[in-house]
Design a protein around this ligand. Structure first.
Ligand code: NAG
Ligand code: CU
Ligand code: ZN
Length: 207
């Protein structure tokens, strides 16, 4: 009878493991040498789903500006310390929608005539979890448009010829505060369910 109710609990937990999702959010405060160029970016991801990136940057020249994840969260010497585009797979620079791109290639943001860029990007290549998590790295806003690798300049296939670095910020934890999930909650909950199943089997063997 006890074993039966534990089994029901196990099945329920399995179902819960499939159904539940854990939302994680990161925050970036963008700053640079020009005090007028500032912004806030929020990144959000449910389990291993796409990452939503949104926010507002002010003080920009009207038009397109390259927008990337750089490999380091080092801003000790300003945006120049953030290293190259995040590129663990050693791919050429590309557009957000290209199959071959740096993980960090998020394309361009577009500033309106009042210098405000409203950012709204969804991407399935970057992740806030796992071995290639972008947490602790940085976001960089460039002076010029990213040519998405197609400009034919010497640096088109490395940086998109996007020019100087106007503003940057470290990708930091916003929520959850308790512990940062490194895998999706569906996986971690089913491993919890496996632990429970082992407990049930042990109890049956012992009684
Ligand atoms: C960024 O967030 C801070 C804190 O909420 C706010 O004071 C500031 O105005 C924001 N900056 C922009 C450009 O939205
Ligand atoms: Cu960049
Ligand atoms: Zn790149």
């Amino acid at each position: 009878m006890i074993a039966k109710s534990l089994l029901v609990g196990f099945v329920a937990l399995c179902a819960l493991g499939v159904a539940s999702s854990q939302l994680i959010q990161a925050i970036v405060s963008l700053k640079g040498d020009n005090p007028y160029i500032v912004g806030n970016i929020t990144l959000s991801q449910s389990d291993n789903g796409p990452v939503a990136i949104w926010g507002k940057i002010t003080g920009l020249r009207t038009g397109k500006h390259g927008f990337h994840i750089h490999e380091k969260g080092d801003i000790t010497g300003g945006c120049g310390s953030t290293g190259s585009h995040y590129n663990p797979h050693k791919k050429p620079h590309g557009a957000l929608t290209d199959a071959d791109r740096h993980i960090g290639d998020l394309g361009n943001i577009n500033a309106s005539p009042d210098g405000v860029a409203l950012v709204s990007i969804t991407d399935s290549v970057i992740s806030l979890r796992g071995p290639h998590s972008i947490l602790g790295r940085s976001i960089v806003v460039h002076a010029d448009a990213d040519d998405l690798g197609k400009g034919g300049f010497q640096d088109s296939l490395t940086t998109g010829h996007a020019g100087g670095r106007l503003a940057c910020g470290v990708i930091g934890i916003l929520t959850p505060l308790e512990s940062w999930p490194t895998e999706s909650s569906a996986v971690s909950l089913s491993s919890g369910a496996i632990t429970l199943l082992i407990t049930v089997i042990m109890q049956r063997l012992l009684h």
